[in-house]
Ligand binder design. Sequence first.
Ligand code: WQD
Length: 338
Amino acid sequence: MKIVVTGGLGFIGSHTVVELQNDGFEVVVIDNLSNSTEEVINGIVAITGKKPLFEKLDLREKAAVQDFFKRHDDVKGVIHFAASKAVGESVGNPLLYYENNINTLVYILQELEKKKVANFIFSSSCTVYGQAETMPINENSAVQTAMSPYGNTKQIGEEIITDVAKVTAINAILLRYFNPIGAHPSTEIGELPTGIPQNLVPFITQTAIGLRKELMVYGDDYPTSDGTCIRDYIHVVDLAKAHVVALQRLLNKNNLEKVEIFNLGTGVGSTVLEVIHAFEKISGQKLAYKIVDRREGDITSAYANTDKANSILGWKTKLTLEQGMESAWKWEQKVRAV
Ligand code: WQD
C-alpha cells in the first residue's frame, strides 16, 4: 500500500519512513531538500534494507504537485511533514512561512479531494496551545492566539483541514507534537539542524562535542521547581511510531471521526536543568552552560495529557528522556566523527 510522506527526509519524517517500511508500507518521499539531504535515504536503507521512492519536489509549485498525483494515482494516504519550522525565522519572514506552510497544504488537499484519497495525517504542534491554563495539556485545551507566524501556520493548517474534511471524503488526524528529541538507535538517521541550533537538545550535544562554546540557558526565574522552563521531550522514534498507529486507524476506519486530534508527548514535564543533568548522566561529562535572560516568546510550561492517544490510538511512549539524550549524543558523535 503506497503512502506519501512529504518532508520525508527531514528529522521526524525520516524516522517515520523507517517505521512505515517496518510496518510493510510502500513509501514515496517528497522533499525539496531545503532542510535535508538525499544522504538520509542511505540511512533509511541501512536500517530497513528498503529504499523508498524519492521525488525532489517543491510543493509550492502547484503544477508539480498535480503532476505528482497524476503519476502516483494509487496513493492510499499522505503524511504531511513538509513545512518551515523555525519559530524565530518565521517572525522575520512571515510570507515565507505562509507560502511554504499554507499554499503547499492547499495544493495537496486539492489533489486528495480530486483523487478521493481519504487518509491524511498532519504534522501539528503543541505550539498551538501557547501557554495553556492547566497542565498537563489535553486536546480540548484552548488554542491560543499564536505567538509566531510559524505557530499561526499550524493553527490555520488545522482549520483548513477541518473545513475540507467536512465536505470531502478526506479523514484527517492532526498530531500535535510536544518536543521531539533524540535519534534512531542505529545512529543511521537523526537531527541535522542547519546553522546554529534553535532547539535545546541539539545545542546541548553540539556544545558537548565542542562545536559551541557553551549552552545559554534562557532564564532561571520562571515559576518552576528550579526556575527553568518545563517541556515534554518525546523520543523521535516513539513519535514516528505514533504516525503508523494513526495511519492504521485511518485505514481501519472504525469509529473514526472526520478529524481527530492527538497530543503526542510523554506526559512528563522536564525542566531545562533536568535535561542538562540527564545529558551529563548519560555522557559522563559536565556540560558548559550559563544562565542568561529569558528568550522572547518562551512559555513557562508545556507537557501533554496523553490519555486520548493512549486510549484511542492505543499508543504510548516507551523511551525515556535519558534514552533520548543518549541517542542524540551517539548521533552527534557519529556525525562529527566523519
Ligand atoms: C526548549 C526549552 C528554551 C535553546 C520549539 C517550537 C515548537 C517545536 C519544538 C516545531 C525552552 C530552552 C532552548 C537554548 C535554552 N518545533 N532553551 N537554550 O521552544 O519549546 O519549541 O521547538 O514544531 O513548535 O516552538 O523548544 O528546544 O527551542 O526550547 O535554554 O539554546 O529550552 O528556553 O525553555 P520550544 P526549544
